[in-house]
Design a protein around this ligand. Structure first.
Ligand code: F6P
Length: 472
């Protein structure tokens, strides 16, 4: 196994990482200095310590005021390794990131299209596709320039699925691995919806990598199925779920703000049971059906009225897209309506908090009696794993069978069909009523399962794939 520690001895040009997002957001403060703001999602925070420890080069996209930072700015320094932001014009980046990556590829891979209306692949979309190609091309150019001879390049996610072919065309000496963090669309959805030219370009782009990694075998199979359907030779695949780093989580639980968040949550929940969820506000996360399930639970099991609090920590995401802002409004309206329906003078059943507050999320993951993770479809779902490691109450996990993490935790969680609100309400009921002995046993099994994975193991699998599939 080529481990990160072996790579460490050499220069930052021997291991490169590329992703849309960098380790943190950058804003300029009033004095023209960079101020770091924490980034969204699970990928960038997971990569950051690995890139720093391995002394790698991390290439990512920026636009707007952060592009004014000088290349030698201390804000672009990691403890080891280097950060290379690629500056994009905001309108160009919006076409690549908003229109193609998030309004086309994301719903495609998550099977979210309302096919009577979307996607609308009109002339604007085709222009956006050009921008998406250029965006991938810019990454390929930068990586080709920065990489030492024979270097390993780890390219992440659906934003950069054209880049492997563009890079290997420039530098055939590089060991390029692509890792997809989303699900992969079924061949039927992929082939029927995308124009053939773009569908082929995406698959050829990925397939030029030495290997393609996924969080679950069903996503790897779907990628191979899409390739077979379009006659593209797939790259070898490997499956390696990402997992949180227990030490990093433990350190975060001592950070400023967490103790105050714990106290606030204790006061809010008091002696009731807490059903918690922590998600970006994204239609793929299935927040509306979560609330419908709570409604059905309170209807069909009156014993839980006044005895539970549903803590929904849902932070805004991709709000420039109408589908996301509309989804957020719908969520807020539904939570208000259900509180009006079920609440009493001394009880608010749903506490919806849309602040992006990592301390609060951490405190809630320590505190849950039940964690609801019910995505429509999800590449992995790191929150479920973080919940397992952080929770202090033998909390039960109600988990969608369409989340990649169900392959790791399915035996000890309560698995639900995320579309079946009735099934989800029944699982919440079962979880709330579960005897302490069964809760303890399940929590131990969940911890045992998560501890078999790690962030380092995930990185090592990518490095191993880069070498295992080297041409003879
Ligand atoms: O899980 C897929 C992913 O794109 C991650 O790469 C990222 O952490 C997350 O979704 C959040 O998305 P965005 O970067 O668009 O906020």
């Amino acid at each position: 196994v080529a481990s990160a520690s072996r790579i460490r001895a050499t220069d930052p040009g021997s291991l490169l990482v590329a992703s849309n997002r960098g380790p943190y957001g950058l804003r300029l403060d009033g004095h023209g200095r960079g101020a770091r703001v924490h980034g969204s999602g699970g990928l960038a925070p997971s990569l950051a310590p690995l890139v720093a420890a391995a002394g790698a080069t991390w290439v990512f996209a920026t636009s707007g005021e952060a592009t004014a930072l000088r290349a030698d700015s201390p804000d672009l320094r990691l403890e080891r390794g280097r950060l290379v932001p690629l500056a994009f014009d905001e309108a160009e980046l919006a076409m690549a990131y908003d229109v193609v990556a998030n309004a086309t590829l994301w719903p495609l891979h998550h099977h979210l299209f309302d096919l009577a209306r979307a996607p609308r692949l009109d002339r604007h979309w085709h222009r956006a596709w050009e921008a998406f190609s250029n965006y991938n091309e810019r990454f390929a150019e930068a990586l080709a320039e920065l990489a030492a001879p024979g270097a390993t390049v780890l390219i992440h996610d659906y934003h950069l699925c054209l880049a492997p072919a563009m890079l290997t065309r420039r530098r055939s000496d590089l060991a390029v691995v692509h890792f997809t963090h989303t699900p992969f669309a079924s061949p039927c959805a992929f082939v029927e919806v995308l124009p053939e030219q773009q569908a082929r370009a995406l698959l050829r782009g990925l397939s030029a990598a030495r290997a393609c990694g996924f969080h679950a075998s069903r996503w790897a199979d779907a990628y191979v199925g899409c390739c077979e359907a379009l006659g593209v030779q797939p790259a070898p695949t490997f499956v390696s779920p990402l997992a949180p780093d227990p030490q990093r989580l433990a350190a975060r639980s001592h950070e400023e703000g967490v103790e105050a968040a714990r106290r606030e949550l204790d006061a809010l929940v008091a002696d009731r049971k807490a059903i918690v969820r922590v998600d970006r506000i994204d239609p793929a996360k299935n927040l509306l059906r979560g609330l419908w399930a709570l409604d059905e639970l309170l209807e069909s099991s009156p014993r839980w009225r006044e005895r539970i609090v549903h803590v929904v920590l849902a932070y805004p995401s991709r709000e420039r897209l109408a589908a996301y802002s509309a989804y957020r409004s719908e969520l807020e309206r539904l939570a208000d309506a259900l509180n009006a329906k079920w609440g009493t003078s001394s009880w608010v059943p749903i506490v919806l908090d849309v602040r992006d507050d990592p301390s609060r999320s951490l405190a809630a993951l320590e505190r849950f009696d039940v964690l609801l993770v019910n995505p429509v479809r999800d590449g992995l779902n790191l929150v479920a794993m973080e919940g397992v490691l952080l929770n202090r109450r033998d909390g039960v996990i109600v988990l969608s069978r369409h989340a990649g993490v169900a392959d790791c935790l399915g035996h000890a969680a309560l698995i639900v069909n995320p579309f079946d609100v009735h099934d989800t309400a029944a699982a919440l009921d079962r979880a709330l009523a579960m005897e302490p002995k069964e809760r303890r046993e399940r929590a131990e099994q969940l911890r045992g399962a998560v501890e078999t994975y790690s962030t380092q193991r995930w990185l090592d699998h990518q490095l191993e794939a880069a070498h295992r599939f080297a041409p003879a």
